[in-house]
Design a protein around this ligand. Sequence first.
Ligand SMILES: [Mg+2]
Length: 399
Amino acid sequence: MILHIDMDAFYASVEQLDNAGLRGKCVIVGGTSNRGVVSAASYEARKYGVHSAMPVFQARRRCPQGIFIPPRMARYKEVSTKIMSILRQYTPLVEPVSIDEAYMDIAGCEKLYGGAEATAVDIKRKIRESVHLTCSIGVAPIKFLAKIASGMNKPDGLTVIAPEVMQRFIDDLAIGKVPGVGEMTHKKLDAMGIKTLGDVKRFPPEVLIKRLGKFGTRLVNLSAGIDTSPVIPTSEHKSVSSEQTLEKDTRDKALLNEYLLKHAEDVARQIRKSGMKAKTITIKVKHSDFKQATRSITIASPTQSSKIIYQKAKQLLEAYPIKKKVRLIGVGVSGLVSKDSPVQLSLFEMNEPDHNKWEKVDRAVDSIQNKFGKTAVSRASLKEPQQKYEFSRSPLRGL
Ligand SMILES: [Mg+2]
């Protein structure tokens, strides 16, 4: 099954999230001059007929009490990155189509959650818990229907088009809703008496192809429930990071190292899952006065090893003088390359006796975590010489 995830009124929702005073109000994000257009409108503003792409002067007329805000792209991008990395925890087959939208092919991970719908429920929960925003998800056997489904019950919607009802759904689908049917095409189809996608089947394919060209072929296929477009995972994420605001500000290095370990494992696991290796490791430290610093190191041979990423992060922290208490700490990796791209092992690594052993350990941890969840096994410490593992009680007993 294919999932289409679409954040609800994304820019406006982020503004309402960051500023409690905006919640429940008509928030309109867009160019603030009257010549600008609306990028996003909160659901409160939509009630007044404000929608994206509408000129701002018109939005002002329809919704005079609206609060107009210029977009903060960097912030939206930051939230988007978090959302996409949540999606990639389920499968590497994630195709972001815009800052707030993505397709996922969840073949193989459905069993883990008890079906496609349950997976979608879990994704919605995880997004809500980690970024405090709602999304709408469409679930369908093919891509274009997943997209249509996600738009059907907004906001906070979940719409499933099961394989058994797919054909009936297609037959009744208003032709104007089919992606690619613009104004011109709509007129042509209307003139042929085609009101629904099902109506397409009343015409021989040649007729449609003659009138609509290549798009005619696409419509014929779609009307038969055939959409061969695959979910193409774009590794457009040129970096992966994991960070958190601490419960209490601290300058305790041992404690900070524990957080580094957790985040190093998290990013390492993510890049292993998407088949990547990283060349650059970065730590981010934000202080109690909100000043922040980053420190990076680039290594000779790209890695996906939790141990190496942690060691480098730890070295970076060691060299960083902590003068003020820390409120947030994180680890990031960038300079990502495919794990199969030819890499020359450094002499150090070739001579390191436990290099392969650690790769095996990473693989074992990944497979346990994939089956039983992240908390099933966690490293107590990556300190040499002993590698201790802490196994949690319940799910592993049966192994
Ligand atoms: Mg959206």
